[in-house]
Design a protein around this ligand. Structure first.
Ligand code: SF4
Length: 494
């Protein structure tokens, strides 16, 4: 018997399968569609979405039809026969969007924007000479973005636009330390708990320093300058103060930081932050750290597998301030298991009272098997997380933190966003660039990716090995890929 969870997407007479599927996923996230192009659909699959474009009476007839969990519906419209392909694509997605909105009763806050980054879109419009208002109207009218999300995207773009670098030779450097004291229950990163990976760390640090030294040769050889350095993870402060010093000494020795606008170390979890490590970070020239409580509710910290209290996170922040750090970020997550709206509001208020220089609000939503048709819990969760995100979007700007970067999570119910808010002048360039994909970033360490962005917008990627043991054991092989990097950098300079 076919399962109720199976879905088939049938396309006829067009090649917009990718975009149509992306639109369907906004309403039905986390499912794998059976795709069927121009052929017969498999029998017995209960959930079906059909989109067609066909010539009719000198026009183009567009159809979107769906049978979903016992409900069915259909919408049609026509376009002139010579409508450009881009217009056909948008009109077909819009037709399907209207149909699914009607059938589910759900209005996605980001509307039809699926693969497109909202802030990037606004910046493109601003660069093309539109006013902020015109760019906002375009998001509303063309992509059906809600008023609030439109405002968030426009506000973020206005903060970002003047900060963005303009030369292909200005780059970022990312250094990965993929270890954490324990693994959080919601973690989707490649991170290894210290308990299992402790023995690997000395070897890892040694190879990481070698890779940094190689970048130290490559960067000047191709006329590149480092604008931002980001040591992330994992939790970089999970390793010892001495090991952290070794890594940061390698950066100081091999990388010319005279053009760097910022140097971040993601201190992360409170249970790894000590005065000794903070002293190393300061001494070695980092300008910004992140202390990430995620929540200040002890019961939630316990539920997600963090072995520290809310007070420890507060103490770590106060210690860093006392030691002279004047650019501290705090990360929060809306929607953590067992957290509530009131719990999140309490956390947000207490974090704001600490007056960090930036606050990043991530949203954790249901990734799989959440189905708007079937799960009332899913809808309840989305509603709650949306309220948490809305509260941050209201209170943080009122308190003087402006949204400066945002990215949306794919394949999540509600398609919510993560937003970085900062005091003016405390925006983190690296965070903007990693999302914006307009700057070359060299990645060192396991799981790191190197991304070369060419002036015409083309992007080439080179991945390092994913796991520490591979990174250590196959380091020489991985170094062979630096030859490919050199070739790409020659092209970048042309
Ligand atoms: S601290 Fe971050 S990287 Fe480490 S386990 Fe938790 S979520 Fe994953």
């Amino acid at each position: 018997m076919m399962e109720d969870k199976q879905y088939v997407l049938i396309f006829r007479g067009h090649s917009f399968g990718y975009e149509v599927q992306a639109t369907a996923k906004v309403f039905i996230p986390g499912v794998r569609f059976i795709l069927c192009e121009n052929g017969d659909a498999p029998e017995g699959v209960p959930n079906r979405i059909l989109t067609t474009i066909s010539p009719e009476d000198g026009s183009l007839l567009l159809t979107a039809a769906a049978e979903l969990h016992g409900k069915s519906g259909e919408k049609r419209r026509t376009l002139p026969a010579d409508a450009p392909s881009e217009e056909q694509e948008l009109a077909l997605c819009r037709l399907l969007y209207d149909l699914l909105q009607e059938m589910t009763g759900y209005t996605p806050p980001w509307g039809l924007l699926t693969g497109i980054r909202p802030v990037r879109k606004v910046i493109q419009c601003l660069d093309a000479g539109m006013t902020a208002e015109e760019a906002g109207n375009m998001l509303r009218e063309r992509y059906l973005v809600s008023e609030k999300k439109m405002q968030l995207a426009v506000d973020t773009a206005l903060v970002q636009q003047p900060i963005l670098p303009h030369s292909a030779k200005e780059i970022g450097l990312y250094i990965s330390i993929p270890f954490c004291p324990t693994r959080c229950s919601y973690c989707s990163f490649v991170s290894h708990s210290m308990e299992t990976a402790k023995a690997l760390i000395p070897g890892y640090v040694e190879k990481l320093c070698e890779e940094i030294a190689v970048y130290g040769e490559i960067i000047p050889a191709y006329g590149l300058t480092v604008q931002s350095v980001y040591i992330g993870g994992g939790t970089p402060t999970a390793i010892s103060a001495e090991q952290l010093r070794t890594v940061m000494e390698a950066v100081a020795k091999h990388i010319d930081l005279s053009h760097a606008r910022e140097y971040t170390v993601e201190a992360g979890r409170a249970d790894t932050i000590t005065a000794e490590k903070l002293a190393v970070i300061r001494e070695m020239g980092a300008t910004r750290i992140s202390v990430n409580p995620q929540t200040l509710q002890d019961s939630v910290l316990e539920a997600i597998g963090r072995r520290h209290t809310a007070q420890q996170a507060v103490d770590a922040f106060l210690l860093a301030r006392e030691m002279g750090f004047d650019d501290i970020n705090m990360d929060l997550i809306a929607g953590l298991p067992t957290d509530t709206y009131d719990g999140f509001a309490d956390t947000l208020g207490r974090v704001m009272a600490l007056q960090p220089d930036s606050i990043t609000v991530h949203t954790l939503t249901l990734k799989r098997s959440a189905d708007l048709y079937q799960s009332e819990t899913a809808e309840g969760t989305i509603g709650e997380v949306e309220r948490m995100a809305a509260l941050s979007a209201k209170l943080l700007p009122e308190g003087g933190w402006r949204p400066y970067y945002l990215y949306r999570q794919k394949n999540t119910v509600g398609n919510l966003e993560n937003v970085g808010y900062a005091r003016p002048g405390k925006e983190n360039l690296y965070n903007i660039l990693i999302m914006d994909e307009t700057q070359t970033i060299l990645g060192a360490g396991c799981g790191a990716s190197t991304k070369i962005v060419f002036p015409d917008g083309d992007i080439a990627r080179i991945m390092n090995y994913k796991f520490p043991y591979e990174y250590i054991d196959r380091f020489e092989k991985m170094m062979e890929k630096k030859q490919t990097l050199r070739e790409l950098l020659v092209k970048l300079g042309q």
